[in-house]
Design a binder for this molecule. Structure first.
Ligand code: NI
Length: 192
Protein backbone atom coordinates (compact mmCIF):
# COMPACT_ATOMS: atom_id res chain seq x y z
CA UNK A 1 0.00 0.00 0.00
CA UNK A 2 1.29 3.43 -0.89
CA UNK A 3 0.24 7.02 -1.25
CA UNK A 4 0.65 7.99 -4.92
CA UNK A 5 1.29 11.46 -6.37
CA UNK A 6 -1.90 13.12 -7.65
CA UNK A 7 -1.90 14.69 -11.14
CA UNK A 8 -3.02 18.31 -11.20
CA UNK A 9 -4.97 20.28 -13.80
CA UNK A 10 -2.86 20.81 -16.90
CA UNK A 11 -1.52 17.25 -16.84
CA UNK A 12 -2.76 15.66 -20.11
CA UNK A 13 -3.56 12.39 -18.29
CA UNK A 14 -6.57 14.13 -16.74
CA UNK A 15 -7.92 14.90 -20.21
CA UNK A 16 -7.77 11.40 -21.67
CA UNK A 17 -10.50 8.78 -21.63
CA UNK A 18 -9.56 5.83 -19.46
CA UNK A 19 -10.11 2.40 -20.99
CA UNK A 20 -12.26 -0.49 -19.80
CA UNK A 21 -10.59 -3.10 -17.59
CA UNK A 22 -11.05 -6.79 -18.37
CA UNK A 23 -12.01 -9.02 -15.44
CA UNK A 24 -8.80 -11.06 -15.75
CA UNK A 25 -6.72 -7.90 -15.75
CA UNK A 26 -8.72 -6.53 -12.81
CA UNK A 27 -7.81 -9.60 -10.75
CA UNK A 28 -4.06 -9.28 -11.37
CA UNK A 29 -1.87 -8.29 -8.41
CA UNK A 30 -0.82 -5.13 -10.28
CA UNK A 31 -4.37 -3.81 -10.62
CA UNK A 32 -5.38 -4.96 -7.13
CA UNK A 33 -2.37 -3.09 -5.74
CA UNK A 34 -3.34 -0.02 -7.77
CA UNK A 35 -6.82 -0.12 -6.16
CA UNK A 36 -5.30 -0.41 -2.67
CA UNK A 37 -2.96 2.49 -3.44
CA UNK A 38 -5.84 4.60 -4.76
CA UNK A 39 -7.75 3.99 -1.51
CA UNK A 40 -4.66 4.99 0.52
CA UNK A 41 -4.12 8.07 -1.64
CA UNK A 42 -7.77 9.20 -1.37
CA UNK A 43 -7.76 8.75 2.41
CA UNK A 44 -4.38 10.45 2.85
CA UNK A 45 -5.59 13.49 0.86
CA UNK A 46 -8.97 13.58 2.64
CA UNK A 47 -10.82 13.26 -0.67
CA UNK A 48 -14.33 11.90 -1.21
CA UNK A 49 -13.21 10.02 -4.31
CA UNK A 50 -10.31 9.38 -6.65
CA UNK A 51 -10.17 8.21 -10.25
CA UNK A 52 -7.30 6.25 -11.81
CA UNK A 53 -6.47 9.11 -14.21
CA UNK A 54 -5.57 11.18 -11.16
CA UNK A 55 -2.74 8.80 -10.32
CA UNK A 56 -1.63 8.49 -13.94
CA UNK A 57 -3.39 5.22 -14.86
CA UNK A 58 -5.82 5.26 -17.77
CA UNK A 59 -8.06 2.46 -16.51
CA UNK A 60 -11.77 2.85 -15.76
CA UNK A 61 -11.40 2.49 -12.01
CA UNK A 62 -12.41 4.95 -9.29
CA UNK A 63 -12.83 4.76 -5.53
CA UNK A 64 -15.32 6.68 -3.40
CA UNK A 65 -15.58 6.94 0.38
CA UNK A 66 -16.98 9.54 2.73
CA UNK A 67 -16.65 9.06 6.46
CA UNK A 68 -18.47 11.20 9.02
CA UNK A 69 -15.28 13.15 9.74
CA UNK A 70 -14.22 13.83 6.12
CA UNK A 71 -11.97 16.92 6.41
CA UNK A 72 -12.74 18.37 2.98
CA UNK A 73 -16.50 17.73 2.85
CA UNK A 74 -17.86 17.45 6.43
CA UNK A 75 -21.43 18.09 5.16
CA UNK A 76 -21.50 15.10 2.80
CA UNK A 77 -23.52 12.07 3.91
CA UNK A 78 -21.32 9.05 4.59
CA UNK A 79 -20.59 6.73 1.66
CA UNK A 80 -19.11 3.31 2.41
CA UNK A 81 -15.89 2.53 0.56
CA UNK A 82 -16.95 1.72 -3.02
CA UNK A 83 -14.66 0.54 -5.81
CA UNK A 84 -16.09 1.46 -9.20
CA UNK A 85 -14.86 -0.45 -12.24
CA UNK A 86 -16.14 0.12 -15.81
CA UNK A 87 -19.06 2.25 -14.60
CA UNK A 88 -22.11 3.22 -16.60
CA UNK A 89 -24.26 6.01 -15.20
CA UNK A 90 -27.92 6.33 -16.09
CA UNK A 91 -29.84 9.38 -14.93
CA UNK A 92 -33.22 8.73 -13.33
CA UNK A 93 -35.66 11.61 -13.70
CA UNK A 94 -34.93 15.13 -14.86
CA UNK A 95 -34.15 16.82 -11.58
CA UNK A 96 -30.79 18.53 -11.21
CA UNK A 97 -29.18 20.39 -8.31
CA UNK A 98 -26.42 22.97 -8.08
CA UNK A 99 -23.58 21.47 -6.08
CA UNK A 100 -20.40 23.23 -5.02
CA UNK A 101 -17.48 20.92 -5.78
CA UNK A 102 -13.75 20.70 -5.37
CA UNK A 103 -11.24 18.19 -6.72
CA UNK A 104 -7.89 16.83 -5.52
CA UNK A 105 -6.51 17.57 -9.00
CA UNK A 106 -7.58 21.22 -8.88
CA UNK A 107 -5.79 22.58 -5.82
CA UNK A 108 -7.53 25.28 -3.80
CA UNK A 109 -10.46 25.92 -6.11
CA UNK A 110 -14.15 25.21 -5.78
CA UNK A 111 -17.05 25.97 -8.11
CA UNK A 112 -20.74 25.28 -8.57
CA UNK A 113 -21.87 22.65 -11.08
CA UNK A 114 -25.23 21.19 -12.01
CA UNK A 115 -25.57 17.47 -11.29
CA UNK A 116 -28.37 14.97 -11.76
CA UNK A 117 -30.08 14.31 -8.45
CA UNK A 118 -30.75 10.59 -8.97
CA UNK A 119 -28.56 8.17 -10.90
CA UNK A 120 -28.24 4.44 -11.36
CA UNK A 121 -24.62 3.29 -11.37
CA UNK A 122 -23.80 -0.03 -12.96
CA UNK A 123 -20.26 -1.15 -12.25
CA UNK A 124 -18.03 -4.06 -11.36
CA UNK A 125 -16.64 -4.33 -7.85
CA UNK A 126 -12.92 -4.96 -7.33
CA UNK A 127 -13.44 -8.72 -7.74
CA UNK A 128 -15.22 -8.28 -11.06
CA UNK A 129 -18.75 -8.88 -9.80
CA UNK A 130 -21.47 -6.76 -11.45
CA UNK A 131 -23.17 -4.35 -9.03
CA UNK A 132 -25.87 -1.74 -9.35
CA UNK A 133 -26.51 1.17 -6.98
CA UNK A 134 -29.02 3.99 -7.00
CA UNK A 135 -27.45 7.17 -5.59
CA UNK A 136 -29.12 10.45 -4.75
CA UNK A 137 -28.29 14.03 -3.91
CA UNK A 138 -24.70 14.89 -2.97
CA UNK A 139 -23.72 11.23 -3.24
CA UNK A 140 -25.04 11.10 -6.80
CA UNK A 141 -22.89 14.17 -7.49
CA UNK A 142 -19.79 12.45 -6.12
CA UNK A 143 -20.32 9.44 -8.41
CA UNK A 144 -20.88 11.71 -11.44
CA UNK A 145 -17.68 13.65 -10.61
CA UNK A 146 -15.59 10.45 -10.50
CA UNK A 147 -17.05 8.99 -13.69
CA UNK A 148 -16.38 12.33 -15.41
CA UNK A 149 -12.68 11.90 -14.55
CA UNK A 150 -12.65 8.58 -16.42
CA UNK A 151 -13.91 10.46 -19.49
CA UNK A 152 -11.26 13.17 -19.18
CA UNK A 153 -13.75 15.72 -17.80
CA UNK A 154 -13.05 17.98 -14.81
CA UNK A 155 -15.65 19.82 -12.70
CA UNK A 156 -14.15 23.03 -14.12
CA UNK A 157 -15.68 22.16 -17.50
CA UNK A 158 -19.17 22.00 -15.99
CA UNK A 159 -19.10 25.30 -14.09
CA UNK A 160 -21.58 27.47 -15.97
CA UNK A 161 -21.11 30.59 -13.87
CA UNK A 162 -17.41 31.40 -13.44
CA UNK A 163 -18.27 33.85 -10.66
CA UNK A 164 -18.87 30.80 -8.44
CA UNK A 165 -15.15 29.94 -8.46
CA UNK A 166 -13.64 30.43 -5.00
CA UNK A 167 -10.60 29.36 -3.07
CA UNK A 168 -11.35 27.05 -0.17
CA UNK A 169 -10.69 29.87 2.31
CA UNK A 170 -13.10 32.23 0.54
CA UNK A 171 -15.69 29.44 0.32
CA UNK A 172 -15.46 29.00 4.09
CA UNK A 173 -15.65 32.73 4.67
CA UNK A 174 -18.43 33.75 2.28
CA UNK A 175 -20.29 30.80 0.80
CA UNK A 176 -20.14 27.73 3.05
CA UNK A 177 -23.07 28.59 5.26
CA UNK A 178 -25.56 29.13 2.43
CA UNK A 179 -24.32 26.09 0.46
CA UNK A 180 -24.40 23.75 3.45
CA UNK A 181 -27.97 24.82 4.24
CA UNK A 182 -29.02 24.04 0.63
CA UNK A 183 -27.08 20.79 0.66
CA UNK A 184 -28.67 19.64 3.94
CA UNK A 185 -32.14 20.43 2.57
CA UNK A 186 -31.38 18.40 -0.56
CA UNK A 187 -30.13 15.42 1.43
CA UNK A 188 -33.15 15.57 3.76
CA UNK A 189 -35.50 15.60 0.79
CA UNK A 190 -33.91 12.99 -1.51
CA UNK A 191 -31.54 11.02 0.75
CA UNK A 192 -28.27 9.63 -0.49
NI1 NI B 1 -11.92 15.11 -8.79
Amino acid sequence: MAVLPIATVGDPVLRRRAREVGVDELRTPRVQRLIDDMIDTMRHAGGAGLAANQVGELLRIAVVEVTADNPRYPYKPPIPLTVIVNPAIETLGDETAEINEGCLSVPDLRGTVERHVTVRVRRLDRDGRPCEDIRRGLTAGTFQHEVDHLDGVLFLDRVRDPTTFTTWAQFDRHHREAFVARARALVERVGS
